[in-house]
Structures are given as C-alpha cells and as structure tokens.
Design a protein around this ligand. Sequence first.
Ligand SMILES: [Ca+2]
Ligand SMILES: [Ca+2]
Length: 105
Amino acid sequence: MVNSGDLPGLDLPDVDAHSDLGGLGAIELHHPTQDLDGDHIPDAETVQGQHSMDVWSDLDHDGFADHVTAVDNDGDYSSWEFHHNPDGTTHWVRTDQGHLGDHKH
Ligand SMILES: [Ca+2]
Ligand SMILES: [Ca+2]
C-alpha cells in the first residue's frame, strides 16, 4: 500500500510536545495504519521522529486528523484536538500536556 517514494508519515508535520499547533490548520491523514477504537477501520498513524513520537488519529474517518499526541524522547507529552468553529474556521486546541511518569490526579 506504499506508493513509490511515499513513505508513511512523510506527509505529516513533524511536531513535538512543545510545538504550537494553534495555526497548523487541517492535517490530512492519508495512510492510517492503526485501529484505535476497535471498529476494524484504521484511524490512526504513528510517526517516529528524531525527537518525538507523534500519534495522529482520524476517529470520524473524514480524512483529516482530529487528534494528535506527541511524546518526546525525554517523556514530555502533549495532546491536541482539531476543532471546527461555528463560523467555518478551524483550529487546534491543546487538551493535555505533562511528563510521562508524573502522576497528577
Ligand atoms: Ca477505527
Ligand atoms: Ca477526522
């Protein structure tokens, strides 16, 4: 399923836990390979970058990522959600951030 010169993840932005996705805009998810919600339809793609591992997911299968979690090699992480505004614009909103191993409740 890999086209020539078209490796998974290359079409996705390289983000890490400290990236600001606020102005990133819609991100197309062309090659989802994982099924996060168990309906047997692939909805997520993991990109292993140099400094972080990013998991992009498209849970409503419209072809655009709705959620991303970036986990840095040092354990810092952040999660973002893609929001559709009533006026037709879109923006990413950070929903979580922290450090793996911290237990905040
Ligand atoms: Ca699924
Ligand atoms: Ca989507």
